[in-house]
Design a protein around this ligand. Structure first.
Ligand SMILES: *Cc1c(COP(=O)(O)O)cnc(C)c1O
Length: 406
């Protein structure tokens, strides 16, 4: 039977997909800009951006054009051969950042896995095999491989899978004294998200980030920034470390890098990269021409003053609307985050309602996210229009009123 002849609905999910997700009750079938339509033709405004991925909206004409052009040219060669799109994308990422070497993967977890392995390997080669301690943070999220869930700071994601990689220490986020208390000369890396996304949209303070940089320098440890969610323009700068006046040793990016096409990158310096050699690490698909061509186009568009400067104005429109809603409903304790990575924190008396609000929002025709149990998260396209924000916030307001009245 031809695949298109099989009728599928949301119910099919429960019968065919591993039950690790609890998707919304509708099935999106089409997207354009910040609008999405489901199987019944109902329209949604998308404030979820595929979890901070579709930074240029759905089916951006330039990305579609590149997808078609490269799709008719060359998709995949493996890393036994290099390719022009990967070389161009790496050159542009290097020109735009602290870095001088790039490793490509296909997901955030893969970029982080590479980063953590590189940090350990560098310490092993340059210092000692015992310099393996990784310092990470409570509520951090770094992906779903066993190493990345173990460095992540939510044990519910790493428990039950057998022995975890050892020598990983977790301390509270934004608590420099706690880091000082555990860092030593056996520490190979501090791993941190400048803005914790999944952990509740928590912004690192400048003192914290600068303090981590200083502690790493003092102990010959590497500062690894996970910018999988906070990078690619989301904060209003290409990468959010630029807000802090520091440079990392290793940085990972994924999510918005391909604007919706799977691709990730780990960036580092020549000095750190120099411990690597052919065969030490790798991936079949990483750096494939199709993904890299699309990411190159996404980077060309995002890394422009027009798009980056537009982030702050859009944030303002969101926060103005959220504050107006709060004065009406007295529901938020805080609007936080940076740029278009925004969290509206529910007051304790409404803290359990995040999921209900998300469902009510979908019913009203707006896609939002939560982060933890009590934070409503907005990570829309960086080029969402003022009209789309307006329309979406009107629908979100209707959803909030309905949940609060209930
Ligand atoms: C989403 C995310 C990851 C994991 O990325 P995947 O592509 O799902 O593997 C890692 N780190 C952060 C900060 C993320 O937000």
């Amino acid at each position: 039977m031809a695949a298109e002849n099989i009728a599928v609905t949301r119910e099919t999910f429960d019968n065919v997909i591993l039950p690790v997700y609890a998707p919304a009750q509708f099935v999106p079938v089409k997207g354009k800009g910040s609008r999405v339509w489901d199987q019944q033709g109902k329209e949604y405004i998308d404030f979820s951006g595929g979890i901070a991925v579709t930074a240029l909206g759905h089916c951006h004409p330039a990305l579609v054009e590149t997808l078609k052009r490269q799709g008719e040219t060359l998709w995949h060669t493996s890393n036994v051969f290099t390719n022009e799109p990967a070389l161009r994308l790496a050159t542009k990422l290097i020109a735009a950042t602290f870095a001088d070497r790039v490793f490509f993967g296909n997901s955030g977890a893969e970029a982080n896995e590479a980063a953590f392995k590189l940090a350990r390997y560098y310490a092993c080669k340059k210092h000692s095999p015992f310099k393996s301690k990784i310092i990470a943070f409570h509520n951090a999220f770094h992906g779903r491989t066993l190493f990345t869930v173990s460095v992540g700071g939510q044990p519910k994601y790493s428990d039950g899978f057998g022995p975890k990689p050892a020598d990983i220490v977790h301390v509270p986020f934004n608590d420099l004294a706690a880091v000082k208390a555990v860092i030593d000369d056996h520490t190979c890396a501090i791993v941190v998200e400048p803005i914790q996304g999944e952990g509740g949209v928590m912004l690192a303070t400048p003192e914290f980030m600068q303090g981590l940089r200083a502690l790493c320098d003092e102990h010959n440890a590497l500062l690894v920034l996970d910018e999988v969610q906070s990078g690619m323009g989301r904060s209003g700068k290409l990468f959010s470390y630029e807000h802090y006046g520091i440079q990392p040793d290793i940085l990972t990016t994924a999510k918005a890098l391909g604007g919706g096409f799977p691709v990730s990158a780990m960036l580092t310096t020549h000095e750190i990269a120099s411990v690597m050699a052919p065969g030490v690490h790798g991936t079949t698909y990483g750096g494939n021409p199709l993904a890299c061509a699309i990411a190159e186009t996404a980077l060309d568009i995002i890394n422009t003053p027009a798009v980056l400067a537009g982030v702050e104005a859009r944030r303002q429109q969101f926060t103005d609307a959220l504050r107006a809603l709060d004065s009406e409903l007295d529901i938020f304790s805080e609007i936080r985050g940076k740029g278009l990575l925004m969290g509206a924190v529910l007051k304790p008396e409404h803290a359990s309602k995040a999921r209900d609000i998300l469902n009510a929002a979908a019913a009203e025709g707006v896609m939002i996210l939560t982060a933890g149990s009590d934070v409503i998260r907005f990570v829309p396209s960086l080029v969402i229009t003022p009209e789309e924000i307006d329309a979406g916030m009107t629908r979100f307001a209707a959803a909030l009123r309905r949940v609060i009245a209930a």
